[in-house]
Ligand binder design. Structure first.
Ligand code: IPE
Ligand code: IPE
Ligand code: MG
Length: 253
């Protein structure tokens, strides 16, 4: 919602964006938890705990700013390469977060739902059940938070292709493949924000990111604030998206 007086410049700019131009879907690569912890001489796990705490605030900010779908990259198919204690801590954190934050939120807020993207089959059965239960409880809600967990873009595309082939849906088309992606029915991200400065996708939404705008900030994920979000959104709205065509003002000789 627009804050009337003393509204910072970026917020005022965002409040004036017409509805039809608004971001429908945002992706976030939440990186930098380890570096945040290291800078404080804390264990990496403390960085992951601090990072998880940012998410509810981010979701509140997104809803205020009119973004209704967000996809958070929380654990990649490659993150299993980390030392077992860190992987175990991340699994434990998801379980705790589901029980203490996500499920109570879905119960108390009729506008909030979650969906998991990725292969939950590699998680413990209890944790996978918790995730599936949360998805069922929050189906069809106005705000959708997708959690990419044990997610990898290559795995997703292969999984979708194999499902389509098994169903005899050949020859494959974009539409057929998209129906089998974990993101079926979710708009492609208009904007992907990556924190902590790396200029890469690390497997995030490889199919869906074909025409996504990408915004990289040096801010480490646990420090990501509303100001950082507003800066990213303002940057996005100042860009011209062409999708391979021409911008309207470029269309005449
Ligand atoms: C992102 O933070 C969280 C996960 C990948 C699970 P990192 O743990 O990658 O933090 P850095 O990149 O080491 O700082
Ligand atoms: C990407 O971060 C994955 C998540 C944020 C979950 P990484 O820290 O795993 O990426 P790389 O290894 O730097 O590419
Ligand atoms: Mg990292």
């Amino acid at each position: 919602m627009a804050k009337a007086k003393n509204q910072p410049e970026g917020e005022a700019f965002l409040a004036a964006i017409p509805e039809e131009k608004k971001i429908r879907s945002l992706g976030v690569i939440m990186d930098g938890n380890g570096r945040w912890a290291k800078a404080r001489a804390l264990p990496r796990t403390a960085g992951h705990i601090a990072g998880a705490k940012v998410v509810p605030r981010l979701i509140g900010d997104l809803r205020e700013l009119g973004v209704r779908t967000v996809t958070l990259y929380a654990f990649s198919t490659e993150n299993w390469k980390r030392p077992k204690p860190e992987v175990d801590a991340l699994m434990g954190l998801l379980a705790r977060y589901m029980k203490e934050v996500v499920i109570p939120k879905i119960e108390s807020d009729p506008g909030f739902g979650v969906r998991f993207l990725g292969d939950l089959g590699k998680l413990s059965p209890d944790l996978a059940d918790l995730c599936r239960r949360a998805e069922r409880m929050g189906q069809g809600r106005e705000f959708l938070c997708n959690i990419a967990f044990n997610y990898g873009g290559r795995e997703e595309i292969l999984h979708a292709a194999n499902e389509a082939i098994a169903a005899g849906e050949l020859p494959l088309t974009e539409e057929i493949l998209e129906r089998h992606l974990y993101t079926a029915g979710i708009p492609d991200p208009d904007l992907i924000i990556r924190t902590a400065g790396e200029s890469r996708l690390s497997g995030f939404l490889l199919w869906q990111a074909a025409y996504s705008e990408i915004y990289i900030t040096k801010t480490l994920w646990p420090d990501f604030s509303r100001e950082d979000l507003v800066a990213a959104l303002c940057d996005y709205y100042r860009r011209t998206r062409r999708f391979g065509g021409l911008a309207p003002e470029e269309g005449s000789l």
